[in-house]
Write a protein that binds this ligand. Structure first.
Ligand SMILES: Cc1cc2nc3c(=O)[nH]c(=O)nc-3n(C[C@H](O)[C@H](O)[C@H](O)COP(=O)(O)O)c2cc1C
Length: 220
């Protein structure tokens, strides 16, 4: 079965974690003979082709990064320009990946995605959620592959079922919340390492002030 994949990330393909995840997913999806095509919305020259592919296909996957706990603005803008379908038979599934490790971060976005296909005259085929993906772009090939392998597995699964069923995605998404112990450990060890790491990255990007600066604080 042919699958149209739309990457809703704002970052260009070469720097997008979503693009890497899609590539891993496709590997699994195409293993048993299914085919797919990808459209990257970060490149506006691809929007007309993506809209045509949306109109012509009945099997669609929209992959997106979580931005401020919901859908990236660029994806919303694209969706607002689509003609809703007038004949039934198209299904849309979603793949949401975010930077924070807790799947609970993505639940608000998931609620919106559950309603979205109906607004476009389509049926909902489930949402695959995964957190802790922030560092993917910064990892070397081997570390990255470790993180991407589960998406290849899910691609294989999707080629068989054409849905993300609740039970499968719940197991894949975990943890829903970090435990109290994990939070304590993070405060003790994770936060100092993260501060160091983020500070270095900010410097590289040209930041000269402290990352916790509060220039508009009234002191309250
Ligand atoms: C503007 C912005 C907002 C973000 N908001 C969230 C968020 O609310 N929750 C979260 O878990 N990750 C958040 N992230 C992290 C991204 O979802 C994460 O790094 C993702 O892997 C980026 O994918 P991309 O490279 O395809 O854009 C945010 C990132 C950006 C740039």
């Amino acid at each position: 079965m042919h699958l149209v994949i739309i990457n809703g990330a704002a970052r260009p393909q070469s720097r997008s974690n979503t693009a890497k995840i899609i590539a891993a997913f496709r590997m699994g999806y195409e293993e048993s003979g299914s085919t797919s095509e990808v459209w990257h919305l970060s490149d506006r020259a691809q929007w007309a082709g993506a809209a045509q592919a949306f109109a012509a296909s009945d099997n669609i996957l929209i992959a997106l990064p979580l931005y401020v706990e919901n859908v990236p603005g660029i994806l919303l803008e694209f969706l607002a320009g689509l003609e809703p379908k007038t004949t039934p038979g198209t299904q849309i599934a979603f793949l949401v990946q975010g930077g924070f490790p807790e799947a609970s971060q993505s639940r608000c976005c998931e609620k919106y995605l559950e309603k979205l296909p109906e607004l476009l005259g389509c049926a909902y085929a489930g949402t695959l959620i995964k957190g802790d993906m922030f560092g993917l772009r910064l990892m070397d090939e081997k570390e990255g592959q470790e993180l991407l392998r589960p998406f290849t597995r899910m691609g294989r699964h999707f080629a068989d079922t054409h849905r993300f069923e609740k039970e499968t995605v719940a197991a894949f998404a975990g943890p829903e919340y970090l435990s109290a112990k994990e939070c304590r450990m993070f405060r003790l060890f994770g936060r100092p390492v993260q501060r160091l790491f983020m500070g270095r990255m900010a410097k590289k990007l040209g930041c000269t002030g402290p990352l916790d600066a509060r220039p508009y604080s009234t002191g309250n």
